[in-house]
Ligand binder design. Structure first.
Ligand SMILES: Cc1cc2nc3c(=O)[nH]c(=O)nc-3n(C[C@H](O)[C@H](O)[C@H](O)COP(=O)(O)OP(=O)(O)OC[C@H]3O[C@@H](n4cnc5c(N)ncnc54)[C@H](O)[C@@H]3O)c2cc1C
Length: 421
């Protein structure tokens, strides 16, 4: 027999968030910092970073196809740049790494200038660099406009590419440290952040949410539950009896890493190599390089069971992406062990944008489908939901309305569904 609703976790709650990744924790913190609501975050893992957040490259870039998403990225990154003020922590673990994000558009002569004008009009600091300026600023980066020949592996004579585009305030942040800081901030504000707690069912009464059932058999009461379960979100749709019309599924994403030897000169920004379809950045104070793909074809391997997927990158992926990396960083020695890992994007295949907020099951809200964007957007996503829950605004809020990403919106029309969309 299950225990009654007041339980070891300290319920009943006004709001329970399922999932202690960067999204669930951001929603919890943004709500707690503006309200006295009794909130719990339930996380099945033993600590933060068990899901997509732990595998994230956590690149914080601004350029997106839609102005609203640029605004969300700007607002999210502003919170990371002002992390101490945002979290209220005197000594947070995470620190924003303002490395710059360099976009190399290949041979398209107009791209950088067009993006520069657009981003400036949206209040994002950007610069356009020609090949000479690029060499001066980032001597390790080859300004070639071509992709290497992946099929033959034959070398080519590099030619200077079109002008590139630099997001001055772009960068990255360690995602697990950021999530851990949010746990500390949340707990300081009275939120129950509970690890090793698995939600196994959603309790509904009279067509609306009444609470949750835990794997331990305990029952929790709450009138509002938010599904922030990342790649596991579909389990909770089923539990709530929700037939969501959006096609949201986990997809396997491969990431490589290797050492960054001292022979590579100068500063290496986060770099998006559009000709070759890779991005890379340094980590561990510049001592390592991580490399992954920006190609839509590398985001197509669906995973049925998020607890059981191949976490080792494919040999072919490694060969292609390292070939592209050596072309872009020609001084990178071939000696050096390449390793890697795989994580999961949760992709909304209908329009590659997340879905947020109320569903047709009253009291059951969602925050799912963040593809490769959820880290940078998380503080702004938390803001959108916290504003909708509490009706109040505060510092670091975004002006983008929840309706932009609401469950009942029409799919957003886009030219491409890749991670660069
Ligand atoms: C390889 C990779 C690279 C990426 N790079 C970037 C990038 O450069 N920039 C960027 O902005 N974004 C990036 N992303 C995307 C970003 O990391 C994700 O969008 C974001 O982490 C999603 O966070 P989340 O909280 O929704 O999911 P998660 O981090 O997966 O959190 C969900 C949590 O819910 C828990 N959970 C699930 N079911 C239950 C249950 N029943 N009971 C209790 N707990 C449960 C899980 O254990 C998990 O911890 C990347 C992602 C990957 C995988």
């Amino acid at each position: 027999m299950a225990t009654p609703s007041t339980n070891a976790l300290g319920g009943p709650y006004d709001l329970i968030i399922v999932g202690g990744g960067i999204i669930g924790l951001s929603i919890a913190w943004q709500t707690a910092r503006r309200s006295g609501l009794k909130i719990a975050v339930l996380e099945k893992g033993a600590g933060v970073g068990e899901g997509s957040t732990g595998a994230s490259s956590a690149v914080c870039r601004f350029r997106y196809s839609l102005d609203e998403v640029v605004t969300l990225a700007k607002d999210g990154i502003a919170a990371y740049q002002n992390w101490r003020e945002f979290t209220g922590l005197a000594d947070p673990n995470a620190q924003y790494q303002r490395e710059g994000v360099l976009w190399l558009p290949g041979t398209d002569e107009h791209w950088a200038e067009t993006q520069h004008r657009r981003m400036q009009s949206l209040g994002v600091a950007t610069e356009v660099l020609d090949a000479t300026e690029l060499r001066e600023r980032f001597p390790a980066v080859n300004p070639c406009g071509l992709a290497p020949d992946f099929d033959s592996g034959e070398g080519h004579r590099c030619i200077d590419g079109a002008r590139s585009f630099l997001e001055v305030d772009g960068g990255y942040m360690d995602p697990v440290s950021a999530a851990q800081d949010l746990v500390t901030a949340c707990r300081g504000a009275g939120v129950d952040v509970c690890f090793n707690v698995t939600v196994s069912d959603v309790r509904c009464q009279g067509g609306r949410v009444a609470g949750l059932v835990l794997a331990s058999g305990e029952l929790l009461d709450a009138p509002l539950v938010i599904n922030a379960a990342g790649p596991w979100c579909r389990d909770l749709y089923r539990a709530a009896g929700l037939d969501l019309r959006w096609d949201i599924r986990p997809v396997r994403i491969q990431v490589l890493h290797r050492d960054r030897p001292a022979v590579l000169p100068g500063h290496i920004p986060v770099t998006v190599d559009m000709a070759s379809g890779i991005y890379f950045r340094t980590q561990n104070r510049g001592q390592q390089l991580i490399v992954s793909s920006v190609r839509e074809e590398d985001e197509r391997e669906h995973v049925e069971a998020p607890d059981d997927f191949n976490r080792v990158p494919d040999t072919e992926f490694e060969l292609y992406k390292m070939h592209a990396l050596h072309h872009r960083l020609p001084d990178l020695p071939y000696q050096g062990k390449v390793t890697g890992y795989c994580g999961l994007y949760t992709v909304n295949h209908d329009d590659v944008h997340p879905v947020l907020g109320p569903t047709e099951v009253e009291g059951f809200w969602v925050a799912n489908g963040f593809s490769g964007h959820g880290f940078k957007l998380a503080p702004a996503i938390g803001s959108m939901l916290a504003q909708a829950i509490t009706g109040t605004r505060c510092e670091f809020d975004t002006s983008v309305p929840l309706s932009f990403l609401s469950v009942d919106r029409e799919p957003i029309a886009l030219d491409s569904k890749s991670v660069l969309a």
